[in-house]
Design a protein around this ligand. Structure first.
Ligand SMILES: Cc1ncc(C[n+]2csc(CCOP(=O)(O)OP(=O)(O)O)c2C)c(N)n1
Length: 570
């Protein structure tokens, strides 16, 4: 191998792993890597973002969309601390990702040199940590080894983020290190005996329910999941913000099991006698605060299938634990032969009927977000990617948009199970840059949007949303950190504190970034505004102005306050 500096060898290692796009904010701590990007600019591009939080969210979205680790580069202390929100999201969402952090030169180590941090402590690997593995590369000859291990660790078992720190002097040192081949993750198949037990539990069930989600799925596995559900006529719900795991248009789809769950769906899961949790983490959001499945001992028979050994038995005393990668599990389940007579056909039909009823909106004037979502889905292509951050506005998206299953277009939902505000804009920009032929729609709250709204400049700079695929951001402006206001009205009615927002003119703001923009105040204005946005030759923002009282698709702030005051009066 010819000699080159380690910074170049690192970029070559990424190219060998199939990476064509990396996100980041530059720093003087890793100039040698930036020079490697320049050297290999025919094969890989570095997208310079406007804040590391945005860059890390973009890399996280890349991990979700491609199934391979998303790549982010940031500088020391301030860069790494800014990026931590994306690493946390990758951890909670089980997304493969590698964050590379510039580090002080080795001869300055441990002096608290300029911006020096100990990344092992900061990202503290563990089952509640920020990262799966954190390391610092001290030997230029071992760069390929560390990168390969980072990819294996990010992808295997429960996928997640890895952090590699890069001392400045190591990056400029010469090396003849070879380029290692592309790694494929080792996959775990379910044990045959456990599958037999699962079949016996299904045969004995009267009211079974499947909750599917998590990461590590591929199109084949999603197809196998559908066949498994069809063979056994099982109602399938999708875990929180993994709503695209099972086709939402399929007659066996029962709804999303997450924040703002449909009350009848919650009741159905409580009533089930067998719950098969397939790939989902049994976290607070998917279990309705550990109430749909009582922790630690649920009343339902519980089967938990997950790729990570550490997730199995983490909270629940399940009746059957099955460790398997999601690329394999459903392929094994679809081979289980179902008996000719199934006891739960009515139960499954009722779940589908409940879902249809839940899709009938209560009309709201003058601007009806349910109608907005239905119009949106009618006008954008079927393979559109929908993105959002955190806030009550996302409730309309999750309730009224039907995400196609993974087998059709891969992931169509980019949304943080970590509940990180600010995720929606950067993840949309990343999706538009990675898949220029696909339309990407971001739905953001006014609070959510401005956490990372500066990444509109990244979209403009790199030409996102200018080709066949459009990039649209819909800002739902209720002048409030509405979710928090809702909790305030529930707990401390009438006492608004810290939740009012003072907003800029979003249309003028977007135009200043070079985006097309328009304001929408009434339902009838939305369709023409969206049509114009979709016809524009640039990304577009639609500013939807709403009354603060419109707090969710099921109730109003006034109703929440009245109920809380009545409760207080006794
Ligand atoms: C980074 C981050 N900071 C704070 C929160 C807490 N939080 C959750 S929702 C929310 C308000 C969201 O406001 P907005 O985006 O305007 O949406 P709305 O709830 O009004 O629909 C806040 C502050 C969070 N989830 N993430």
């Amino acid at each position: 191998m010819t000699e080159r500096i380690a910074g170049h060898a690192l970029v070559e290692a990424l190219i060998a792993q199939g990476v064509t796009t990396a996100f980041g904010v530059p720093g003087e701590s890793y100039l040698a890597v930036l020079d490697g990007f320049h050297e290999h600019r025919e094969h890989i591009r570095f997208i310079a973002c406007r804040q590391e939080g945005g860059a890390a969210f973009m890399a996280e979205a890349q991990g979700k969309l491609t199934g391979r680790p998303g790549i982010c580069f940031v500088t020391r202390g301030p860069g790494a601390t800014n990026a931590s929100i994306g690493v946390h999201t990758a951890f909670q969402d089980s997304t493969p990702m590698v964050l590379f952090v510039g580090q002080v030169a080795s001869d300055q180590r441990d002096r608290e040199a300029f911006q020096e941090m100990d990344y092992r402590q900061m990202f503290g690997p563990g089952t509640l940590g920020l990262a799966k593995w954190v390391a610092e590369i001290h030997d230029p000859d071992r760069v390929p080894e560390y990168v390969a291990r980072a990819f294996h660790t990010a992808l295997q078992g429960r996928p997640g983020p890895v952090v590699l720190a890069l001392p400045e002097d190591m990056l400029t040192a010469p090396t003849r290190a070879p380029v290692l081949p592309r790694i494929e993750p080792a996959l775990a198949w379910p044990a045959p005996g456990a599958l037999r037990d699962l079949r016996a539990m299904l045969v004995a069930a009267k009211r079974p329910f499947v909750i599917a989600g998590g990461s590590g799925w591929d199109a084949e596995a999603a197809r196998a999941l559908q066949r498994f559900a069809e063979n056994w006529q099982l109602p399938v719900g999708c875990g929180f913000r993994f709503q695209d795991t099972f086709d939402n248009r399929h007659p066996l789809y029962a709804g999303d099991v997450g924040i703002g769950i449909a009350p009848k769906l919650a009741a159905r899961i409580r009533e089930a006698d067998l719950v098969v949790a397939l790939g989902v983490r049994l976290g607070e959001m998917t279990t309705g605060g550990y109430s749909l499945l009582a922790a630690p001992q649920p009343s339902q028979t519980l089967v938990h299938v997950h790729a990570g050994a550490e997730e199995l038995g983490r909270v629940y005393a399940a009746d059957l634990l099955l460790q398997s990668s999601m690329a394999c599990a459903a392929k094994a389940l679809e081979t289980l032969a179902a008996p000719p007579e199934l006891a739960w056909r009515e139960w499954t039909a009722a779940a589908a009927a409940d879902l249809e009823a839940n899709r009938v909106p209560t009309p709201v004037a003058p601007l009806d977000l349910a109608e907005v979502m239905l119009t949106l889905q009618r006008l954008v292509p079927e393979d559109a990617v929908y993105t959002n951050g955190a806030g009550n506005f996302s409730n309309w998206l999750h309730r009224f948009v039907r995400y196609p299953g993974l087998q059709h277009h891969g992931r169509t939902q980019l949304a943080p199970t970590s509940g990180a505000m600010g995720y929606g804009v950067p993840s949309a920009v990343a999706a538009a840059l990675l898949y220029p032929e696909r339309t990407v729609v971001n739905v953001a709250g006014d609070g959510d949007f401005l956490m990372t709204g500066q990444e509109l400049a990244t979209a403009t700079g790199y030409g996102a949303g200018r080709g066949a695929g459009k990039l649209i951001s819909i800002v739902v402006d209720n002048g409030s950190y509405g979710t928090i206001r809702m909790h305030q009205e529930r707990e401390f009615p009438g006492r608004v504190s810290g939740s009012d927002l003072f907003n800029p003119d979003f249309v003028a703001l977007a135009q200043a970034y070079g985006w097309h923009a328009a304001r929408v105040d009434a339902t009838a204005q939305f369709e023409p505004a969206l049509r114009t946005a979709l016809a524009a030759d640039r990304p577009a923002l639609l500013h939807l102005k709403l009354d603060t009282d419109v707090i969710s698709s099921r109730t109003t702030l006034a109703a929440i306050r009245a109920a809380a005051e009545a409760r207080q009066r006794g």
